[in-house]
Design a protein around this ligand. Structure first.
Ligand SMILES: Cc1cc2nc3c(=O)[nH]c(=O)nc-3n(C[C@H](O)[C@H](O)[C@H](O)COP(=O)(O)O)c2cc1C
Length: 216
C-alpha cells in the first residue's frame, strides 16, 4: 500500500492502494485484486492454521511502536472483503484512519480509551443503503450491522495470523466518531491493530454447558 493521488480510472481510494497488484490487472475482473493480495506470499509472519490463530488471539491494549508493514495492512483489509454479507451486497465500509491528529480525536470519541491511538486504526461502518434486498428498513439495518461486524472479525483474525494483535472498540460516541472520520455512515466497531508489547495467555471462557443448548 502506498500513498498516492489516484487518477480518474483508479479503483483505489485517495491515499490508499495495495502495495502490490498483478501486472496484468483487470479492474473489471471481480476479486482479482483481492485474491492477489491474499495469496501474495511474503516473508512476513503468517500462521496458516486458523484454529491456532483463533486460540492465540487476545485483545491487546499496549502496542509497540513498531510500524505495521504495508503488505500486512493490505491483507487485513482484503480479509474483511472475504466475509459473507447479506445477499452479497456488502453493507459496510471501512475507514482507514491515517492522520495522527484524527487518531487522537478518536481516543476522545471512544470514551477516552488511550490505546485507540494505535499503529493501525480501522473504523467499520454500516451501510444499509448498499443492501438492495426487498425487506423492511429495520431488516436492512440489521443486515448491515452483521455485515460490518463479521468483516471486522475477519480482519481481526487476519491481523492475528500476521503476527499482529488488536483491540475491538465498541464503546464510542457514534456521532463523534462520524464527525472525526467525516461520514454519515454509523460505525459498528473500531479495530485498533499493531504489534503487541507482550503476548498473553488465553482468557478463560464459560463451561460448555453454559455455551451450548442442545435442541432436539
Ligand atoms: C462488541 C465488543 C465491544 C468491545 N468494546 C471494547 C471497548 O470499547 N474497549 C476495550 O478495551 N475492549 C473492548 N472489547 C474487547 C473485549 O473486552 C475483549 O474481547 C474481552 O475482554 C475478551 O478478551 P479477549 O479478546 O482477549 O479474548 C470489546 C469486544 C467486543 C466483542
Amino acid at each position: 500500500m502506498r500513498d498516492f493521488e489516484p487518477d480518474e480510472e483508479s479503483i483505489s481510494p485517495t491515499y490508499y492502494e495495495p502495495l502490490d497488484s498483478p501486472k496484468d490487472f483487470e479492474p473489471e475482473l471481480p476479486n482479482q485484486l483481492l485474491d492477489y493480495v491474499l495469496r501474495n506470499v511474503t516473508s512476513e509472519t503468517i500462521d496458516p492454521n486458523l484454529f491456532v490463530v483463533m486460540a492465540k488471539r487476545r485483545s491487546t491494549r499496549k502496542f509497540s511502536d513498531k510500524p505495521v508493514e504495508t503488505v500486512k495492512i493490505d491483507k487485513i483489509i482484503a480479509a474483511a472483503d472475504t466475509a459473507p454479507t447479506a445477499g452479497n451486497y456488502q453493507g459496510f465500509e471501512i475507514f482507514y484512519v491515517k492522520s495522527p491528529e484524527k487518531k487522537k480525536l478518536l481516543v476522545d470519541a471512544c470514551n477516552k480509551q488511550p490505546y485507540v491511538d494505535s499503529p493501525v486504526v480501522l473504523v467499520f461502518c454500516k451501510n444499509p443503503s448498499r443492501v438492495k434486498l426487498d425487506f423492511p428498513e429495520y431488516i436492512l439495518k440489521k443486515f448491515a450491522i452483521q455485515d460490518a461486524t463479521l468483516a471486522a472479525g475477519y480482519s481481526q483474525l487476519a491481523a492475528q495470523a500476521l503476527g499482529l494483535s488488536s483491540i475491538w472498540i465498541g464503546m464510542f460516541d457514534e456521532q463523534k466518531v462520524m464527525d472525526v472520520i467525516g461520514t454519515d455512515l454509523i460505525p459498528s466497531s473500531v479495530l485498533c491493530i499493531g504489534y503487541p508489547k507482550q503476548t498473553k495467555f488465553p482468557k478463560p471462557r464459560r463451561n460448555l454447558k453454559d455455551l451450548v443448548h442442545v435442541v432436539w
